[in-house]
Design a protein around this ligand. Structure first.
Ligand code: GDD
Ligand code: MG
Length: 333
């Protein structure tokens, strides 16, 4: 079984975390996002994953020099220019010689959804394409997908205006596709699978979808990137260790429900709650960090207070008494 994994986006909503790496190379409790995505595919029988790359492809080739990730063989397809989601699928599938039913996943989605069940549903309906659907509270940020009783897609509405979505079941970013879908995608130009290819399949009544209640999160925003990690340590999704391999935490510091990378130093009287501190972060004495992300090597000066999904970028040095509320440092243009 082969899968195309879309990982070529710029990750703009995750800046400044994505200033120095693509979002799928960001750690999710110590393991790069891409590795978790590929491992899930591998557990459903995928033996070869085609990484559809654009932004900073070297980050992936450097991380997996032998072309194996989570036991799955990688094939790299680097776009000369961003081709958008459908253009990227076509380019990657053709470059890997895909000529049979295949899987596509958005590489920023962390989920336990049953790909095998999706595959079997697709086959039993003789569909041209089948989309996994997940329920969300606010569908306007996603592709909204109403279906009929047989699972046929009635309409595919990408990012509808708030309050206008016909259902709260949205495109979960996992598809099973027939190779004929590739013939629907124009060569060498930007084409969106959500805005162009899926609507054309709806018109031909060849697109199906399947509801799933499995764990699902798109980790593409700071709040979701934080949530995806806390869900792994607090029992929402699992009970992984919150990784404190060689950290130096002062005995008077309080660290609760947080993920710590390697070589983290936390000074006396500091409090860290519901937060992610990446490798080599230094937290000064008396600092408060709530619901925030501190990237690799950043140093937070004494008595600072950081809260409400603030993001402090790689190597940033904050002076003493800094106060951040929902801030991004450095700010992007
Ligand atoms: N290779 C390549 N080239 N990859 C791309 C490109 C491109 O030009 N543009 C985006 N991607 C990758 C991103 O890296 C990401 O893994 C995936 O395609 C989806 O792009 P996002 O930018 O994350 O899209 P989204 O989250 O706004 O919406 C998509 O995902 C939702 C579910 O998470 C859509 O598919 C929605 O319909 C869906 O509900
Ligand atoms: Mg996304």
């Amino acid at each position: 079984m082969r899968a195309v994994v879309l990982v070529g986006g710029f990750g703009t909503r995750l800046r400044p975390l994505t200033n120095d790496r693509p979002k799928q190379m960001l750690p999710i409790v110590g393991v790069p996002m891409i590795e978790r995505v590929v491992a899930t595919l591998g557990s459903h029988g995928v033996t070869e994953a085609v990484l559809s790359l654009g932004y900073r492809p070297d980050a992936f080739t450097d991380a997996y020099p032998d072309g194996i990730c989570a036991g799955v063989l990688l094939h790299y397809a680097v776009e000369p220019d961003p081709l958008d989601t459908a253009g990227a699928v076509r380019y990657a599938a053709l470059s890997a010689g895909i000529d049979d039913t295949f899987i596509v996943v958005n590489g920023d989605v962390l989920t336990d959804l049953d790909v095998t069940e999706l595959w079997n549903f697709h086959k039993s309906h003789s569909a041209e394409g089948t989309i996994a659907l997940t329920p969300v509270d606010e569908p306007s940020h996603y592709g909204v997908v109403p279906i009929d009783d047989d699972g046929r897609v009635i309409e595919f509405v990408e990012k509808p205006a708030p309050g206008t979505a016909p259902t709260n079941w949205i495109n979960a970013g996992t598809y099973v596709l027939e190779p004929s879908v590739l013939d629907r995608i124009a060569a060498d130009r930007r084409v969106s699978i959500e805005r162009k290819t899926f609507p054309s399949m709806v018109a031909d009544e060849s697109l199906y979808a399947l509801h799933s209640d499995a764990y699902w999160i798109d980790a593409g925003t700071p709040a979701a990137y934080l949530r995806a990690q806390l869900d792994l340590i607090d029992g929402t999704r699992s009970h992984e260790d919150a990784l404190r391999p060689s950290d130096e935490v002062d005995t008077s510091a309080v660290v609760e429900n947080s993920v710590l990378g390697a070589n983290v130093v936390i000074g006396n009287g500091a409090v860290v709650r519901n937060s992610v501190l990446m490798d080599g972060v230094t937290i000064g004495p008396g600092v408060r960090i709530y619901d925030s992300i501190i990237a690799t090597g950043a140093r937070i000066g004494p008595d600072s207070q950081i809260s409400e999904v603030s993001v402090v970028g790689t190597g940033v040095e904050l002076p003493a008494h800094s106060a951040l509320v929902g801030a991004r440092i450095p700010e992007s243009d």
